[in-house]
Write a protein that binds this ligand. Structure first.
Ligand code: NAP
Length: 285
């Protein structure tokens, strides 16, 4: 019997997850099928109870706007996903639904691969939403200090407070603050890594960036979690000043590869998945 994995969100028409996962299943000869389905918030509970628990369903990816709300409908949640407060992957083990968060794993693997160790480093994160939360919990075990700057100050302060509660012996200085030009200039002056975890610069608003080019320098590593466009204005300007850069493609592929492993217990064919995602992005233009 073909096993099904769903992507649930609203809207999900432009997601690259179906082509990435279906190519991966085919490559390994696994009898799985990945289907994206629009689920509006008022149908989330019924979709989970009536569809996700069925024996032919192996699990799901969860995307905006359900990553937080889905938690209350699951039977078990991985401790880290619980701390992050968001689930992007569900596994159906004979009717028992378990939730995980693979976004932080994906970002962390992409960062370490691109930059090596982040030990002793100061990281500045722009944003305080789901992606920021997922990434910041993974950074705790690695970095020396973390500054979270967000348009809504309350969320930056809350995330910094939550992170401090989860330190478990790690010695990391963590601050949250309102995102202003002045604060950004000050924090970027001695930053080693800057990560944009907001949608600013994403297609179609490709002219937008939160960071003035003259705040960037060649000693910095600049990571933008956006992958459409492939190179955001932030990434292009960072390249211009000689900084090392990383776009969101590898994070996307690695979060998918970890979900793939959770569903199939097999290592995902990462090279093929990367190729198919890049090709799909190029076709989108
Ligand atoms: P989210 O939970 O809605 O959070 C969005 C964050 O961006 C919030 O902190 C929000 O600030 C901030 N923001 C939004 N518009 C802004 C603006 N105009 N100026 C300044 N700040 C702004 O979304 P998310 O799930 O974290 O996703 C964020 C981005 O990450 C999206 O572009 C998403 O596609 C991308 N992402 C990529 C991957 C990947 O695999 N590469 C995975 C997950 C997410 P407020 O708190 O003030 O609203």
């Amino acid at each position: 019997m073909t096993k099904i994995c769903y992507l649930i969100g609203y809207p999900i028409e432009h997601s690259l997850s179906p082509v990435m996962h279906n190519t991966a299943f085919k490559e390994l000869g696994i009898d799985f099928s990945y289907r994206a389905i629009n689920v509006e918030s008022h149908h989330l509970r019924s979709f989970i109870e009536e569809t996700l628990r069925r024996p032919m369903v192996r699990g799901a990816n969860v995307t905006i706007p359900h990553k937080v709300d889905v938690i209350k409908f699951l039977d078990e949640v991985d401790p880290l996903a619980k701390e992050i407060g968001a689930v992007n992957t569900i596994v159906n083990d004979e009717g028992v639904l378990r939730g995980f968060n693979t976004d932080g794993f994906g970002a962390f693997r992409a960062l370490i691969e691109a930059y090596g160790s982040l030990k002793e480093m100061k990281v500045v994160l722009l944003g305080a939403g789901g992606a920021t939360r997922a990434i910041s919990y993974y950074l705790l075990k690695e970095v020396q200090s973390m500054v979270i700057l967000n348009r809504t100050e309350r969320k930056a302060l809350e995330l910094a407070k939550d992170l401090r509660k989860s330190l478990r012996g790690f010695k990391v200085e963590i601050y949250g603050s309102l995102l202003t030009k002045a604060r950004l200039r000050e924090e970027l002056f001695d930053a080693d890594v800057v990560i944009n975890t907001t949608p600013v610069g994403m297609y179609p608003n490709v002219e937008n960036t939160l960071i003035c080019k003259n705040f960037l320098n060649k000693k910095m590593m600049v990571f933008d979690v956006i992958y459409n466009p492939f190179e955001t204005r932030l990434i292009l300007e960072a390249k211009d000043v000689g900084a090392k850069t990383l776009n969101g493609v590898n994070m996307f592929v690695y979060q998918g590869s970890e979900a793939f492993r959770l569903w199939t217990s097999r290592d995902a064919p990462i090279d093929i998945m990367t190729q198919v995602v890049i090709k799909a992005l190029e076709e989108k233009g």
